[in-house]
Design a protein around this ligand. Structure first.
Ligand code: PLP
Length: 799
């Protein structure tokens, strides 16, 4: 859709007049945001219509990506960019005297996700549309996105994120595509015409209403659909909803995104949410298939792929069985064959506590028919193993054991493909965590290393870097990410290296300004910008980073002239509200920041900045300005990581454990262009096997560690008497330090010393940085999606 600048300016002014009866000088930034977003939407609506029409006409196989989280962030700029309008609009706004940045900031982040999992789902939506595949999202339209984080006295406080308050310009309510989802009551089977049909008593119907958002492909005219479901009381059932509690239970269903993927909060509501969006999504898929594709349901697997993003949507397996059998009369055997062929599953974690298990009584009360079907899947699974495997093996792998339903087991048994999200992670699944299943179904296991939307993180967020790339290697890298490798030719080109240094400097100045605005802290853009941005979790080891800061602080106090290159430590992280340890770490980081930033002995050599409310739009700002990327999880614990990819693409050098996708980053950039440290995953597993790690020995025997750890309880860091004690105990109590922080500390310091030295040679640093950017193409979600499409979903591109 071509648009000239003068045309844009005219249209924009006309729309302000026509829609709001305003001239530019009378309009607020929010008015202008709404008008501009409206223009973007009308520009792609045609294509949206064309896209689904063409899928229907061609009987194209479609993928539906089921995810309980989507985290697109702000969409105005990415939609403008994908339409090919961004530069024109930026220029045009400049002509009109309008601060485009301010318009962008009017949009509330669509924050319907916690972190990496939801962000991945949104990257995939972009890549599917941009690569021209028929891939749609299916999820929940939460009224409140992930909580807003504020710091009060250094503590995290959670505020509601009422992102829909001012309306959401991107969504379309599709009332006519509503479906009913049944909860609760009793169910029994009654013979009828030689078949068993379910009869329900006392159950409740909830109306699921879809809200669709266009997922605009990059300059290719494709617009796919993200369908998010809202819950309402059905008109003809109103009389059955008598009490306030009844009403509240319906409202609650789509009210909050659970702010943790690994604790026990609100388990019953979580089961209801999972069933709600899975059932609604599958019903709408089947309705559409029968109406537009007009094929028997035994062929569903030729036209439909459903992907289960982590275990949250795994009830889809039982629900599809239910729909095929109860509603459409297929036999168990036919339905099972179709279901397994339709379903595929991504595992995102190896941490046992994050593996969902639901109490069988709760499922009985909430989704009785689905539980019956799961029980039958389990019965048949056990039957198929008896006589071939011993009882222990069967007990370890079956879906239902100890009155719990093991959702990962359901997902694995009911899917034809199971993938991990980085090479190491997939290997660990096969060898350790899911080894039993790997023995049963070796052909189902495969790896799909995660990827990121490089267009967003580079072309949109870092226009200075993009301009250098465009000038030296052309603009094709936007569509063919491996073109970035062409940059390697310039690794010794002084002009290009100087340009890269200047671009990074300018980005750092922008971030320094933002930091000053947000926190009042003055930082120098000449210092190393050392960044750790991700959810706060023990395994991600923000604490390891903090211990190092405390050590540097102590070094400088002992010797104010110590030769330490100035650094700014930048954190962004939310802790789940019920995760006490993580909140204690936040408090400690904030108090260390206070201490370090205000101590004159430190001479601005160290600054610690913890930015509030980490989300996609904050990531958009921080990432282009990073020099150092902290990816320091305990080896084996981070399944993949994606901030590691975004940061390398923007030229940050990684301080990395050999974990997740860090290993693959290391493979591409080589030893010399990354700072690796710490235990390997084999070493971690060896420690587990022989139980030989005793953190207290490191504390007792290493005077540096002793001094640093004591700072948490001896008053060195003020105002943390409770939290400091908690951290202290987590480290040195018998059996403590679950994530080997003290074990990896010395090795971490060595890696950081190398960073300190390397940064002193700007040319060499820029060269390493260039090599990271040049290799980032391998981590484009476009390529990840191509691999899913070929190996798992079997889609063909749209013409
Ligand atoms: C990329 C991203 C993440 C994932 O970060 P990891 O370091 O891979 O855990 C989380 N939150 C936001 C807002 C992101 O953009």
């Amino acid at each position: 859709m071509s648009l000239t600048k003068s045309q844009f300016k005219q249209d924009f002014k006309r729309h302000l007049k026509d829609d709001l009866a305003l001239d530019i000088d009378e309009a607020s930034y929010f008015d202008m945001y709404k008008v501009l977003a409206g223009m973007v939407k009308s520009a792609y609506n045609q294509n949206w219509h064309h896209t689904w029409r063409s899928y229907d006409q061609q009987h194209k196989k479609q993928l539906y990506y089921f995810s309980i989280e989507f985290l697109p962030g702000r969409m105005l700029q990415s939609n403008l960019f994908n339409l090919g309008w961004l530069d024109i609009v930026k220029d045009g706004m400049k002509d009109l005297g309008v601060d485009f940045e301010k318009i962008v900031e009017q949009e509330n982040d669509m924050a319907l996700g916690n972190g990496g999992l939801g962000r991945l789902a949104s990257s995939f939506m972009d890549a599917l549309a941009s690569d021209g595949f028929a891939g749609n999202g299916n999820g929940i339209r939460y009224k409140y996105g992930l909580f807003k984080q504020k710091f009060i006295d250094g503590y995290q406080v959670e505020l509601p994120n009422n992102w829909l308050n001012e309306g959401n310009v991107w969504e379309e309510r599709r009332e006519t595509h509503s479906v009913m989802v049944r909860f609760g009551g009793q169910v029994f089977l009654k013979p009828q015409n030689g078949q068993l049909v379910p009869v329900y008593e006392g159950s409740q119907l909830i109306k699921a209403v879809p809200y669709d958002t266009g997922m605009v492909g990059y300059e290719n005219g494709v617009v796919n659909t993200l369908r998010l479901w809202d819950a309402e009381i059905p008109e003809d059932e109103e009389s059955k909803y008598r009490t306030i509690d009844d009403l509240r239970r319906v409202e609650d269903l789509t009210s909050v995104l659970y702010p943790d993927d690994s604790t026990e909060d609100g388990r019953r509501m979580r089961i209801r949410q999972e069933y709600f969006f899975v059932s609604a999504g599958l019903q709408s898929i089947i309705n559409h298939y029968l109406k537009k594709y007009d094929q028997p349901l035994t062929k569903l697997d030729q036209y439909v792929a459903v992907h289960i993003n982590d275990t949250h949507p795994s009830m889809a397996i039982a629900e599809l069985m239910r729909l095929l059998m109860d509603e459409h009369g297929l036999s168990w055997e036919d339905a099972w064959k179709v279901t397994v062929n339709v379903m595929s599953y991504t595992n995102h974690t190896i941490m046992a506590e994050a593996m969902e298990r639901w109490d069988i009584n709760m499922m009985q009360q909430e989704v009785p028919r689905v539980l019956q079907i799961i029980q039958e899947i389990d019965r048949r699974f056990v039957l198929s193993l008896e006589g071939k495997y011993d009882q222990n093996f069967i007990n370890r792998t079956r879906i239902i054991a100890n009155n719990q339903v093991h959702m990962a087991h359901l997902a694995i048994i009911g899917s034809h493909s199971i993938n991990g999200v980085a090479k190491l992670h997939t290997e660990l699944l096969k060898k350790e965590v899911l080894h039993d299943f790997y023995r049963l179904y070796p052909e189902r296991f495969n790896n799909k290393t995660n990827g990121v939307t490089l267009r967003r993180w580079m072309a949109i967020d870092n226009p200075r870097l993009a301009a250098i790339l465009d000038q030296e290697i052309g603009t094709d890298w936007r569509e063919n990410p491996l073109e970035l490798e062409k940059l390697l030719k310039y690794r010794s080109n002084n002009k290009v290296l100087d340009q890269l240094i200047a671009a990074k400097q300018a980005n750092k100045r922008d971030l320094a300004k933002f930091i000053k605005q947000q926190t009042g802290i003055e930082v120098s853009s000449k210092a190393i910008f050392d960044v750790q941005i991700k959810r706060l979790h023990a395994y991600k080891r923000q604490l390891l980073n903090l211990l190092r800061i405390v050590k540097l602080y102590q070094d400088l106090k002992a010797n104010p002239n110590a030769d330490i290159y100035p650094r700014v430590f930048i954190f962004g992280a939310k802790a789940a509200p019920s995760y006490q340890y993580a909140k204690a770490v936040i408090k400690c980081i904030n108090e260390v920041a206070n201490l370090v930033n205000n101590d004159p002995d430190i001479h601005d050599k160290l600054k610690v900045v913890f930015l509030e409310n980490y989300n996609v739009s904050l990531a958009d700002r921080i990432i282009p300005a990073a020099d150092v990327s902290e990816q320091i999880s305990l080896a084996s614990k981070e399944a993949s990581g994606t901030s590691n990819m975004k940061l390398m693409a923007n030229g940050a050098l990684t301080v990395a454990t050999m974990d997740g996708a860090n290993i693959e980053i290391h493979d591409y950039v080589g030893d010399d262009n990354i700072f690796t440290f710490g235990l390997s995953s084999q070493e971690v597993y060896r420690y587990y096997a022989d139980n030989s790690y005793h953190a207290s020995e490191y504390y007792e025997n290493d005077p540096v560690i002793h001094r640093v750890v004591d700072a948490f309880v001896d008053g060195t860091i003020p105002n943390i008497s409770m939290e400091g004690r908690e951290i202290f105990e987590s480290l040195v109590q018998y059996n403590g330090d679950q994530f080997f922080v003290l074990r990896d500390f010395e090795s971490y310091l060595e890696a950081q010393d190398k960073v300190d030295q390397a940064y002193r040679n700007p040319k060499h640093w820029a060269q390493m940085s260039l090599i990271n950017t040049a290799n980032a193409g391998h981590f484009s979600s476009d390529l990840t999606i191509d691999r899913y499409v070929d190996d798992v979903w079997k889609l063909t591109p749209n013409k």
